[in-house]
Design a binder for this molecule. Structure first.
Ligand SMILES: *[C@@H]1O[C@H](CO)[C@@H](O)[C@H](O)[C@H]1NC(C)=O
Ligand SMILES: *[C@@H]1O[C@H](CO)[C@@H](O)[C@H](O)[C@H]1NC(C)=O
Ligand SMILES: *[C@@H]1O[C@H](CO)[C@@H](O)[C@H](O)[C@H]1NC(C)=O
Length: 409
């Protein structure tokens, strides 16, 4: 499973003071001293989304490589750029001293194609052992340098996109009931089977880590629509079973945890990683418009989600692992001055701080993303980065706002 790539979360607290440095509405009046000692700020990055160079150095295909070949468009973008090797080995070995702390996600959607071919990947319980082996390899090889691990990135997006033609669009491995877009699959059953195997794989890795690795490391222990997106994965981990709404609506199609599985899954977390981008009411994204209609800027949604999580899920330790915006505009002065992004982060960091004052146990905030990158099936190089990147303009020529850009070089 060596081809499986990982996400790296860079923790660079110097970004934080940069965000708060200036003095008007687009550049807020507060600084990091309003957050407690030890609170971390950072920017996130993902190996597959940054690397390009899909077939070099013995790299074998993942389900994303297969998918982008089947639905070309993004492929040229992906293969055409190369930001550098964000592969875990290279990155950690050569650059680790640059960063004072690092968090790595073990699975970020790019399942090796060989496992999809051999036993249909996450549809098979065989994935649990393979995931466990891969997690163990990571713990063994990098456990001395990686302070925090995350097991799965956005399981809701992976299951709905990959097995249901998705709220967010069809995505690898491209299975669903609709035969005009998917050759195979069953949207009524497969998402639940895949979600179940992800939960068991997650809990198995957590158990392994706690029993065999954590003690040897200096690691700090870390209503319906919402239930179907969020509670689906958190509720079992906190309470040992799916939310009641899901059990009654999905009925027999929802796998049941055995007694042993329930005991394994329940409590299998040191912290909850939250990725938040936008909020939806009546099917429409609410808040201040950005360049992309379904990505409005709505900090209150993050605040409310954090308070909800505290109340509903026994006040877990939370890290915000991704949040960010795209303004759909790379090359104007507006994009380069980056006022929209400064205001977005101002609002969202304030929202986190408000939630913390209400007792939510947030320990860190990571921005998505360090650089503009290949945003999966969105095809183009979306501009979510602190630093601009296009096929025509180089980073050096066009840093974004001095507030961010000056800290990058
Ligand atoms: C904020 O500050 C920037 C840089 O000093 C300035 O260009 C901009 O006009 C200011 N905006 C407002 C709303 O005062
Ligand atoms: C940060 O804010 C505090 C409180 O407003 C202020 O006392 C301090 O001087 C500020 N620090 C910097 C580096 O701006
Ligand atoms: C199947 O997918 C096609 C293409 O995206 C879409 O137009 C159609 O509405 C879908 N059918 C159903 C039943 O969702």
């Amino acid at each position: 499973m060596a081809a499986l790539q990982v996400v790296l979360f860079l923790i660079c607290s110097s970004f934080a003071s940069a965000v708060f440095a200036a003095t008007n509405d687009t550049s807020p009046h507060f600084n990091r001293t309003i957050f407690p000692e030890g609170f971390v700020f950072g920017a996130s990055a993902s190996a597959y989304q940054y690397e390009g160079a899909a077939s070099e150095e013995g790299r074998r295909p993942s389900i994303w490589d297969t998918y982008t070949h089947k639905f070309p468009g993004g492929r040229e973008v992906y293969e055409g750029y190369r930001l550098g090797r964000f592969q875990i080995v290279h990155f950690l070995v050569t650059d680790i001293t640059l960063y004072n702390s690092i968090c790595v996600t073990i699975f970020h959607w790019d399942l090796p194609q060989s496992l999809e071919d051999e036993y249909l990947g996450f549809l098979s319980p065989r994935i649990i052992d393979d995931y466990k082996d891969f997690a163990e390899l990571c713990f063994k090889e990098f456990g001395d340098r990686v302070k925090h691990w995350a097991t799965f990135n956005e399981p809701y997006i992976f299951t709905s996109g990959g097995y249901d033609g998705g709220a967010t669009g069809n995505a690898p491995p491209g299975r669903c009931s609709n035969r005009s877009i998917c050759a195979e699959g069953n949207s009524a059953t497969e998402p639940y089977i895949v979600g179940h195997h992800m939960l068991i794989a997650h809990a198995t890795a957590v158990k392994l880590y706690k029993e065999k690795y954590q003690s040897r490391l200096d690691v700090k222990a870390a209503q319906r629509a919402l239930d179907f997106m969020y509670g689906w994965f958190i509720h079992p981990i906190v309470y040992g079973d799916y939310p009641r709404t899901m059990r009654s609506i999905v009925g027999d199609r929802l796998p049941k945890f055995t007694k042993e599985e329930e005991a394994l899954v329940k409590g299998s977390l040191d912290y909850l990683g939250v990725n938040y981008y936008t909020a939806v009411a009546n099917g429409v994204s609410i808040g201040k418009p950005t360049g992309v209609s379904y990505f409005n800027d709505y900090p209150k949604g993050l605040h409310d989600l954090l308070v909800y999580t505290k109340e509903k899920y026994r006040n877990p330790t939370i890290y915000i692992l991704e949040t960010g915006m795209t303004d759909g505009d790379k090359e104007t002065k507006y994009a380069i001055d980056d006022v929209g992004r400064v205001s977005f982060y101002n609002g969202h960091i304030r929202a986190v701080h408000r939630a913390m004052k209400q007792g939510v146990n947030v320990k860190g905030f990571f921005a998505w993303s360090l650089l503009d990158n290949f945003e999966w099936h969105q095809v183009t190089l979306y501009d979510l980065g602190f630093a601009i990147l296009t096929t025509r303009i180089t980073l050096q020529e066009f840093p974004k706002s001095q507030l961010f850009g000056s800290r990058i070089s």
